[in-house]
Design a protein around this ligand. Sequence first.
Ligand code: HEC
Length: 310
Amino acid sequence: MKKYFPVYVRIPVIFFAFFGAIEYFIDSGDRPAFIKYPVITLILLLFIFLQIAIELIWKATNTILDTLLTEEQRKQKEIDENLSFTETDFYKNLMQRLTKSEPIENESQLLLAHDYDGIKELDNNLPPWWVYLFYGCIVFAAIYLVRFEIMGGDDQETELRKEMAQAKIDVAEYMKTAPDMTDEKTVTLLTKPEELAEGKTIFTTNCIACHRADAGGNIGPNLTDDHWILGGGIKNLFHTITNGGRDGKGMIAWSKNGLKPKEIQKVASYVLSLQGSNPKDGKVAEGEVWVDPSIATKAITKVDSLQVKK
Ligand code: HEC
């Protein structure tokens, strides 16, 4: 028989199976195991070398042994090598053991006496592959019954619920240290009371010296009117607080002074919640009335469509 799995199939298959198993079973966090543990890479390389070495030694010994064969043996070997897999003794024995089939010559002994309208029946052995599969099922059923019905193992739904609960804990854990992804483009206005309360605390700690506790304005402008020097709306405010105001005016870039994006989002939302609060002795409005461009364009499109209708 020709070698069933040539070396260029065998080595990659074994290699990737081994590799996959390592990646699956070794918990290496977010990096592949073979990078985190160089020893594993070393073992993998060693493994490949070993395979190649075995292959070479095998080839070499075979060539040497071949020279010792007589002409007849060599011919026989050639015939053996050219047999297809199903013609080999190995395959035939295996099939015999799995099926226990009787050769066709013995058929007369197996024939049952009964004749069903001309259809006759053979009394063959039950094939062992089938019998053992059946026994296996019985064993499985027994274990299954004890595990899930008697000892009360988790069914799929309970398993799912437990995993979801664990996942929630994991997410909360992750969020504690996760990088802050809020930025100018994605920032949204917060409206929950507890978030605004946090925004207020940040405002009181950092901003009141220049904007006053009621945001009526002091060194910095009044933040409660609808006039903005640097643009209104959550995105502009986020930008201004993150990067600071115009040069030399005194409004610093808070991203460089201890506020995280999430905190800037909160304080900006808090500031916007003060719109129209009209504090006593507030500074006169500076800048221009700011209209949300998305709302403005919507209004224009509406007018346009009305005109089209006419
Ligand atoms: C050192 C004084 C000072 C502090 C502290 C300060 N600001 Fe300002 N802020 C200013 C000045 C001055 C301006 C005007 C900037 C300009 O004209 O470019 C301003 C502008 C602003 C604007 C834009 C107003 C507009 O009309 O466009 C916002 C919003 C703002 N500040 C929020 C904050 C927040 C929130 C804090 C606290 C985290 C803060 N500021 C802390 C001085 C300050």
